[in-house]
Design a protein around this ligand. Structure first.
Ligand SMILES: CSC[C@H]1O[C@H](OP(=O)(O)O)[C@H](O)[C@@H]1O
Length: 369
């Protein structure tokens, strides 16, 4: 997408052809800074510290992290060490394990001398594929927005609520939940986005608002607890969120707070859609609540808030009483029964094993085997 008129992806090769550049998302929205990664350890730290975040982008960064590792040492031992290092960074986003598993299958059979070249090639392919998958999600999601607009008075603004950041900053480009919104806006459909701030890391207030503003999409940042009230008063026509891992039966792990929005949507008859590439489906899981690992992040993310001071510098402020403990589960699981539909690159599926198997028969067969 474009920032100040310049097209960007979230991850790209440096001009030297081997180091990897990413946008430092911990500095947004106040500073647009890039980080150049030159080792698998740096790639792992970028994922752990959320310099890069979002399931597809985590997968892409891990893939390039393996390429950096193979450039340094392409031995079997080094490959295994890099897979372990990168695989241990964050537990919930399945794209991480999908990308590492794909790269393992590609690299293991190769002579060490060929591994670096192939790793860079497959990492680039993973990025290009992600862009295409997310663009396709956008097209299918656009169809849903058009259908809702057709049921409203001509020209009425379609109000869409989203949680966290599932925009182009969470992927290589386009995003998942925001891709349909970008396409609807560009097609001239009047859309407005309620942007959940998304405590504690504020990906909504800091990243989604930044993205939508840069693209000229009308939006309003709201407290996380305001969404239910807006739904009760008819101010939300649909909800679209992303996901970090969705089971083969349609249970959805996403940023903490998503489940509460799904409950409010269900109670108010508001369609609740989840946008995802098939790389975010975990075909090995059928019970999200019991099987999906939920990342517990540092208490400091709850007790402190980063913001722009009067001096124009970014500071961290304590917002919790000194000495009070804080808990920080980073994701929750929305059961399939609360999900209206899954917007994938192959179309919109009911949130069920049958619905996903119809769109991805080859994957469902493999999981059943
Ligand atoms: C398209 S994946 C976006 C997904 O990832 C976010 O989590 P995090 O910012 O911690 O990586 C959030 O759950 C988004 O919905």
């Amino acid at each position: 997408m474009k920032i100040h008129g310049q097209a960007y992806r979230t991850i790209w090769l440096a001009q030297d052809g081997w180091r990897v550049c990413v946008i430092d998302q911990t500095r947004l929205p106040f500073r647009f800074e890039t980080v150049t990664l030159s080792s698998s350890e740096a790639a792992a730290e970028a994922i752990r510290s959320m310099v890069v975040r979002g399931a597809p982008l985590i997968g892409a960064t891990a893939a390039y992290g393996l390429a950096l590792a193979m450039r340094a040492d392409a031995s079997d031992a080094a490959l295994e060490a890099a897979l372990s290092l990168l695989g241990a960074t964050r537990p919930t986003a399945v794209n991480l394990h999908w990308a590492l598993g794909r790269m393992r299958r590609v690299l293991t059979p190769l002579e060490p001398g060929r591994r670096a070249e192939m790793a860079y090639s497959d990492a680039a392919l993973i990025c290009d594929e992600d862009v295409a998958l997310c663009r396709a999600i956008g097209e299918h999601g656009l169809g849903l927005i058009r259908a809702i607009a057709a049921e409203r008075p001509a020209g009425k603004t379609i109000n869409i609520l989203t949680h966290c950041n599932a925009g182009w900053l969470a992927t290589v480009d386009w995003g998942t939940a925001l891709a349909p919104i970008y396409l609807a806006h560009d097609a001239g459909i009047p859309v407005h986005v309620w942007v959940d701030e998304t405590r504690p890391r504020n990906q909504g207030a800091a990243l989604t608002a930044y993205e939508l503003g840069a693209h000229g999409v009308p939006h309003t940042v709201i407290a996380d607890n305001a969404g239910g009230h807006l739904m009760q008063h008819g101010e939300v026509d649909m909800v679209i969120v992303g996901t970090d891992r969705t089971t083969a039966t349609g249970d959805v792990a996403n940023k903490i707070g998503t489940y509460l929005k799904a409950l409010a949507a269900h109670d108010n008859g508001v369609p609740f859609y989840v946008a995802l590439p098939s790389t975010t489906i975990d075909w090995s899981m059928s019970d999200g609540l019991r099987q999906i690992p939920i990342e517990e992040r540092a208490a400091r993310e709850v007790t402190h808030l980063a913001g722009l001071g009067e001096d124009g510098e970014v500071h961290s402020f304590r917002v919790v009483a000194p000495g009070s403990p804080a808990a920080n589960p980073a994701f929750d699981v929305t059961p399939a029964r609360l999900v209206t539909g899954l917007i994938t690159e192959r179309g919109v599926a009911p949130a069920s094993a049958e619905g996903l198997a119809r769109l991805f028969p080859e994957q469902a067969r493999g999981a059943a085997a």
